[in-house]
Design a protein around this ligand. Structure first.
Ligand SMILES: *Cc1c(COP(=O)(O)O)cnc(C)c1O
Length: 387
């Protein structure tokens, strides 16, 4: 991809857009393409949609035919246009097109790896840490990541619509004065209408002890057209922090850059979350390109996640050793702002545990032997009289 000239890439991109419109028997029209509702209506969501656009492998075809019931399949035309129609190892394609490997259950695979259901205090509210909660706003997304940590809930239709749950959620938040931070996730909260999002955020903001409101979303990457001035105004009004999910540098398109610009220009602090995925981004050069690209878009890499052991995702996961090795290639080798914290969300509900290459070599009383990013060792001595 990087070898292609910019103009050839542009021609290829327009050609893919036309091919995606062909799936629905339509002519490519730039204005329709730029409309997020058009994008949602024209998602690839059935096996025949994918068959018309991609040269499918038998494993993908089986995954598409058998997998839809287990966990919904969907790709916005925007995201699908980044897929290579002829290469099944394409890192964009592998994130959203299922294969029959999803039917393999490995030892240690779990339905609810982070133990969220157990920590659910009211329907759709997870209270694991002392001062902050996770609010599952809705159960649908613009496209479905095959490695979704919440595939037991997302797209399954089991989560009650928010209007039926919101009073219980607000009552819990009002009563629990120790909660100062509310994280909205899901499902993707940015698929809510501006009005509904505005009233939900307003109701939470009206609670005095809630200081921090944040939203986790993949909409800026899957559906950048959704970042409209009206939506940005709602996020700005309620002083929201955003965590954006990106997996690969190819996702940082001009449309995504424009969406990030609108958000950053409105003063909305932007962070990112990335899941470490085998054959997709488990390479220091790819991740460095992603994190540098995010910083250019004023997005601060926040977390790199070890993939959760969700049932049927073993083929997308790599080892913790690989993750630590990659972190060792980032820290010190590039801007600290480009280095997220690598975490494992402990199976069984232990929460996020940070990992990095060992930096403390040994300790002798007040004398610490430390290893730097380049592998050299140094001694730091604590001041006298402190423990
Ligand atoms: C990740 C997570 C949070 C937020 O964690 P931070 O480290 O503060 O970003 C809160 N609640 C739950 C259940 C989480 O999984």
């Amino acid at each position: 991809m990087s070898l292609r000239t910019a103009s050839a890439a542009t021609v290829a991109a327009v050609d893919r857009r036309q091919r995606l419109c062909d799936v629905f028997g339509e002519e490519y029209d730039p204005d329709s393409w730029a409309d997020w509702r058009w994008q949602l209506r024209h998602r690839l969501s059935r096996p025949e949609h994918f068959e018309r656009y991609l040269e499918l492998t038998s494993s993908e075809l089986n995954g598409l035919r058998m997998g839809m019931e287990r966990f919904a399949v969907s790709a916005t035309p925007h995201f699908a246009s980044l897929m290579d129609p002829f290469d099944p190892s394409c890192p964009i394609r592998r994130q959203v097109v299922p294969t029959d490997q999803e039917f393999l259950v490995q030892p240690g695979d779990m339905e609810d790896p982070c133990g969220e259901d157990e920590k659910s205090v009211v329907d759709g509210l997870v209270h694991r840490y002392p001062d902050r909660v996770l609010l599952l706003a809705l159960d649908s997304c613009a496209s479905y990541c095959r490695y979704c940590t919440r595939s037991r809930l997302v797209s399954q239709g089991d989560l009650e619509p928010l209007p039926r749950r919101v009073q219980a959620i607000l009552a819990y938040l009002r009563e629990h004065t120790e909660v100062r931070d509310v994280l909205l996730s899901g499902g993707d909260p940015l698929l809510m209408s501006e009005d509904r999002l505005d009233s939900l955020l307003g109701a939470i903001r009206a609670i005095d002890h809630i200081e921090l409101l944040r939203i986790g979303s993949r909409v800026p990457g899957f559906l950048p057209q959704r970042i409209t001035p009206e939506l940005v105004a709602v996020l700005r009004r309620h002083r929201v922090w955003l965590s954006l999910h990106f997996s690969h540098p190819a996702e940082l398109t001009p449309e995504v850059a424009a969406a990030c610009d609108m958000l950053a220009d409105a003063g909305i602090p932007l962070g990112s979350q990335t899941v470490l995925l085998r054959g997709i981004n488990d390479d220091p050069a790819v991740l460095k390109q992603l994190f540098h690209g995010l910083l250019k878009n004023r997005v601060r890499p926040y977390y790199l996640y070890q993939a959760d052991p969700v049932v049927g995702t073993a083929h997308l996961r790599t080892s913790i050793a690989k993750g630590i090795e990659i972190m060792g290639q980032l820290r010190g080798h590039t801007s600290g702002y480009a280095v997220p914290t690598y975490v494992v969300d402990a199976p069984g509900g232990g929460g996020k545990i940070p990992l990095q290459p060992e930096t403390v070599v040994s300790r002798n009383g007040s004398s610490w032997r430390l290893r730097n990013w380049a592998g050299r060792e140094y001694t730091y001595v604590d001041p006298p009289g402190v423990e």
